[in-house]
Write a protein that binds this ligand. Structure first.
Ligand SMILES: Nc1ncnc2c1ncn2[C@@H]1O[C@H](COP(=O)(O)OP(=O)(O)OP(=O)(O)O)[C@@H](O)[C@H]1O
Length: 258
């Protein structure tokens, strides 16, 4: 048995995923291993399956073949056309999406404490206290009683991140969380994620923002055609800032057709 220090946090093996009864093959034998503390940025051509990969990892999609283990234990597997998902493991993963998924009829604090109180049976006063501490950390304490419609896009995404953190995730998934934001609101959300990175929270991030990718990633994975094409430190995969490969790279990434 491997020691805890060498046990991968996540091990995806031979993942296959298609839509429309196999008509659209998205993941085609994907293998990715994450160490504890890894911050993986996934980049690749549009439609290449980056969101699908995150949704599979979050246990939101069935898979056709392959398996995922989490902390050395089985998490997701496919057998006889069925996908088995360990829901306890799934609850230890947090995800934030491109489009805000806050409950519109609950205020910010209500959004944060809902799952801890209802799902985990946490004491309401304690959950509120934790929620307020998180909101203060994210500069949002003054918005605790605001409703989602009264928040800017950047504030909504910061609340969505805080809400995910209320469940003490062991892994966070961010799917293009700044893509729908006005440019001036992007930085406030990226700063929050950079703050989390400093605390060694493992994460998988899908982003089209190469500055952010370079600054947040411990590893960059370039996926195309449903498999991993490149996997390495940011400077290796994106090119070092001195080489100024980034622009050329972005063009290569976003103009690939397959
Ligand atoms: N629910 C679905 N039903 C059918 N096809 C789907 C579904 N979700 C995604 N697809 C298809 O699967 C492929 C991969 O989509 P996905 O959203 O994972 O790509 P992506 O790399 O995240 O793209 P982008 O960078 O444009 O967000 C695309 O061809 C898409 O049209």
């Amino acid at each position: 048995m491997s020691s805890p220090s060498t046990t991968p946090l996540v091990k995806m093996e031979g993942l296959h995923k298609s839509y429309g009864n196999g008509a659209v093959k998205v993941l085609q034998g994907l293998d990715i291993e994450m160490k504890p503390g890894d911050r993986v940025v996934v980049i690749g051509p549009s439609g290449g399956g980056k969101s699908t990969l995150l949704r599979v990892l979050m246990g939101l999609e069935k898979i056709d073949q392959g398996s995922i283990s989490f902390g050395g234990k089985p998490y997701i597997s496919a057998e006889g056309g069925k996908t088995h998902i360990d829901s306890k493991v799934r609850r230890s993963i947090g995800m934030v999406f491109q489009h805000y998924t806050l409950f519109p009829h609950r205020d910010v604090i209500g959004n944060l404490i809902l799952a801890p109180v209802k799902v985990r049976g946490e004491n309401k006063a304690e959950a509120r206290e934790r929620a307020m501490a998180l909101l203060s950390r994210f500069g949002l304490a003054h918005k605790a009683n605001a409703y989602p419609a009264q928040l800017s896009g950047g504030q909504k995404q910061r609340v969505a991140i805080a809400r995910a953190l209320m469940l003490d995730p062991k892994l966070m998934l961010f799917d293009e969380v700044t893509s729908a934001l006005d440019p001036e609101l992007v930085a406030e959300v990226e700063q929050v994620i950079l703050q989390l990175a400093k605390q060694d929270l493992p994460m998988v991030i899908v982003t089209h923002d190469m500055w952010f990718a370079r600054n947040i990633a411990s590893r960059v994975i370039f996926c195309a055609g449903g498999v991993v094409v490149e996997d390495g430190p940011p400077d290796q995969v994106l090119g070092s800032p001195k080489e100024e490969r980034t622009r050329e790279f972005i063009e290569r990434v976003f103009h690939i057709k397959h």
